[in-house]
Design a protein around this ligand. Sequence first.
Ligand code: UTP
Length: 289
Amino acid sequence: MTITKAVIPAAGLGTRVLPASKAMPKEMLPIVDKPAIQYIVEEAALAGITDILVITNRGKGIIEDHFDHAFELETVLRQKGQEEMRVRLEKTAHLANIYYIRQKETRGLGHAVLSARGFIDDEPFAVLYGDDVIIGEDPAIAQLCRAYEKYGKGVAGIKEVKREQIQKYSSLAVTPLEEHLFNITDMIEKPAPGRQLSLYSILGRCVLTPEIFTILEKTPPGAGGELQLTDAMRTLARRDGMTGVDFTGTRYDMGNKLGILQANIEVALEHPEIGAEFREYLTGFIKTL
Ligand code: UTP
């Protein structure tokens, strides 16, 4: 079955990037000249996803404005002859059918996904975490969708993380299936030191079947008192197995300050307008360090 629906949870508090995220959702923080969430919506659209539900909360209305038409702006750009930018803005409003729902209490990623139930109905769907930008030739979520079509099980985007970092992530029990693909049989969220199952962790993307909602409803709050999506996926993995895709592409964690800086520097170096100038600046600046 082809995946056409996606959920982007973007209702977190973003406490790790305060004060930048006080009035501005962290999902709207720019990487050079585009907000993080636009990279994510573009990735989904490239993968053939046509309908996207963004889970927002209080103060995130500017996400809706960003993916809407801006008639005054488009008129001014037309008058000034700035056609290229006008067309770019117009395209942003047509990337996909985008819907919004508010998560009324910040009770965790699992709780955010549960609020998508009415939108998803009875189909498999993609989840793209709103603060995880992945840049690469082959859209990461397309790699996961292909694995779903091949194996028919829930899929998680996975990567190996450093041993000293695994406690901040989830840890997976995996066995190899084929190149880049694994069978996931168990997982644990934020393992205590020495309790990790492997250094593979779920990062930013998954494809889930609608039964995840019934599981989420029965899942008690986990790490940090939040309803953890990983805890529900563990039930799925233990029961049916899940497929892990060690995706190609570079992931930037826009939920932490270092990730935001890395994303901006690496994207700026390749940027068609400022790339060459920025490279020259950076090369000179490095010599002063
Ligand atoms: P994070 O745990 O990274 O987001 O969730 P957070 O809670 O904003 O982080 P900090 O610790 O306070 O800095 C991953 C994704 O899930 C969304 C976030 O917006 C982010 O895109 N999320 C998280 C929700 O939509 N709802 C929640 O209740 C929690």
